[in-house]
Design a protein around this ligand. Structure first.
Ligand SMILES: C[C@H](O)[C@@H](O)CC(=O)C(=O)O
Ligand code: MG
Length: 443
């Protein structure tokens, strides 16, 4: 069924001026323009199917990632899709081991984001050719094939191929029931849309009231820039949602380790479930120290949206440094590397609560977490997937939220395909939106 040689790779720099209204703002990213390095793969198979993939970036960072995608393109061009997916572990390793590009990674930074964009497009194409949404392609795949997509290099001290196989084989039990449950009720979500750091209090109140009306029960608030502001905003949201609903806080790496502990002690009265990214995403022992200090206050540590690769996740797990693990469909090396992290999380008994939002992240990551529930974790305890209500209108197959849950996508593919009209309009710098904005800046 898998067919065709990759005949063309096209990558576009697509940016949305979200910073103009403070959407997506946090304590470190004060002017985020949600953007994507958007990849389209064409083949010589005469089925008209194209593989679409992206990685999430912010504004100017996109041009760097676009360059990296072009630099990696020769690995995928003229390859037979059968050869790629037939030896997916080998292909993943080929992309991440490019003798020259590896020097500016390895498996991190712009070159890894570019790897994710390309591989996301490959998975989209594969799922489209099989006529299934990606989550279903994964759910129906036999455990050995799933394991053959994973590069275990650097993680065998925490997860061996045999461990992975055992977890996936256990995951086959009652799989059909869990699939039915997902199709009926969806995967539980939380919203970050009400409380970006740049939003004034009036807007916070208005958005929170609307979210409560729509049935949301879990809310994330951005913190970390100013303690008095945080106290005021947390009080406002906690008063509106009441004591029973769930509140999470996100500092986006703003603090040093002792500062994180001290600051969170002051916010503990608002009963947050977790503090997300309290410090540098690379500081594994720092996260462990914060976890230990905040445990008596009933506050967990969540991190992952800027964890470069499976090695960082392995160490966070080994060091008891996190209580909630946040995979990201575009930061890690696509489905391949995310599979290894989902399996490690299962082995260490840590719940996965994916990072979404941005542009396209909700569309993609819903597939991974639905697969995780059906075939790996088999649990919804302490688990939820982030949702952000921005930019879905630019996708051909946007997410479908029902009663604060992600409903499993039905269309074939990885839901990454953008509307061509949107790509043209928001392409940087020559899309109509940017031409106007850039001209206005000059005057
Ligand atoms: C810059 C992004 O909007 C970031 O704040 C997202 C994030 O931390 C989250 O969704 O969590
Ligand atoms: Mg975050």
């Amino acid at each position: 069924m898998v067919r065709g040689r990759i005949s063309r790779l096209l990558v576009r720099d697509v940016r949305f001026p979200t910073s103009l209204e403070g959407h997506g703002s946090d304590a470190m990213h004060t002017d985020p323009d949600y953007s994507a390095a958007y990849v389209v793969l064409e083949t010589d198979a005469e089925d008209g199917l194209r593989g679409c993939g992206l990685t999430f970036t912010l504004g100017k960072g996109t041009e760097v990632v676009v360059c990296a995608v072009n630099a990696l393109a020769h690995h995928v061009l003229h390859k037979d899709l059968r050869d790629i997916v037939g030896n997916f572990r080998g292909f993943y390793r080929q992309l991440t081991s490019d003798g020259q590009l590896r020097w500016i990674g390895p498996e991190k930074g712009a070159v890894h984001l570019a790897t994710a964009a390309i591989l996301n497009a490959v998975w989209d194409l594969w799922a489209k050719q099989e006529g299934k949404p990606l989550w279903k392609l994964l759910v129906d795949m036999d455990p050995r094939t799933l394991v053959s997509c994973i590069d275990f290099r650097y993680i065998t001290d925490a997860l061996t191929e045999e461990d992975a196989l055992e977890i996936l084989q256990k995951g086959q039990i009652d799989k059909k029931e869990r699939e039915e449950q997902m199709l009926t009720h969806g995967y539980p979500a939380y919203t970050t849309s009400c409380a970006w750091l740049g939003y004034p209090d009036d807007l916070l109140k208005q958005l929170c009231a609307a979210a409560l009306k729509d049935g949301w029960t879990r809310f994330k608030v951005k913190v970390g820039a100013d303690l008095q502001d945080d106290v005021r905003r947390c009080r406002l949201i906690r008063d509106m949602i009441g004591p029973e609903k769930t509140l999470m806080l996100d500092a986006n790496q703003r603090w040093d380790v002792p500062e994180a502990v001290e600051w969170m002690s002051k916010l503990a009265e608002f009963k947050p479930l977790w503090i997300e990214e309290p410090t540098s995403p690379d500081d594994i022992l720092g996260h462990a120290a914060i976890s230990k200090a905040l445990a008596p206050l009933g506050i967990g540590v969540a991190t992952g949206e800027q964890c470069h690769n499976r090695v960082i996740f392995k160490q966070l797990l080994q060091a008891n440094a996190l209580q909630f693990l946040q995979i990201d469909s575009c930061r890690l090396g696509s489905v391949n590397e995310n599979l290894s992290v989902l399996l490690m999380a299962k082995k260490f008994g840590i719940p996965v609560c994916p990072h979404a939002g941005g542009v396209g992240l909700c569309e993609l990551v819903q597939h991974l977490i639905i697969f995780d529930y059906i075939s790996v974790s088999a649990s919804l305890q302490n688990r939820m997937c982030e949702y952000v209500d921005h930019l879905h209108e630019h996708f051909r197959y946007p997410v479908h939220i029902k009663q604060a849950s992600y409903m499993p996508p039905e269309d074939a593919g990885y839901s990454a395909e953008m509307k061509e009209g949107s790509v043209k309009k928001y392409q940087y710098p020559d899309g109509e939106v940017w031409k106007k904005l850039l001209a206005a800046q000059e005057n």
